[in-house]
Design a protein around this ligand. Structure first.
Ligand SMILES: [Zn+2]
Ligand SMILES: [Zn+2]
Length: 120
């Protein structure tokens, strides 16, 4: 198994979880990681990352907007097994996430400067 990006931030998250699936490039904003760790501790459940950093090519492929925070290592799409998406969204606000997109099966979370919450 590849050791590329196999770097454990702490007991909860590994850098590999944030990498772009097409090229394995990765960027992680420190505020994003800080908030995710806070969220993980608050809900006391594993947080699964569907999508972290995206290169331009991959972002276009998945139909992401051109200004997506995923391009800057400032966004993740997440879910937890035992917590529904709307409760997870409330907890995400409590730990300081400013951008929150509530989708059917996952939450988009980002560390933009101004608060913005939407339903996808
Ligand atoms: Zn890529
Ligand atoms: Zn997203």
């Amino acid at each position: 198994m590849s050791k590329l990006n196999d770097i454990q931030f702490n007991i909860y998250f590994n850098l590999q979880e944030f990498e772009c699936p097409c090229c394995k490039c990765v960027m992680v904003h420190s505020d994003l990681l800080t908030n995710l760790i806070k969220l993980r501790k608050l809900v006391n459940e594993p947080i699964f990352i569907n999508s972290g950093y995206r290169c331009k090519t991959y972002n276009n492929q998945v139909g992401g907007v051109a200004t997506s925070y995923h391009l800057f290592g400032m966004a993740v799409d997440v879910y937890a097994r035992n917590i529904n998406i709307s409760s997870l969204a409330i907890h995400a606000q409590q730990v300081g996430f400013k951008g929150i997109g509530v989708y059917g099966t996952f939450l988009h979370l980002d560390v933009r400067p101004e608060k913005y919450i939407w339903e996808g």
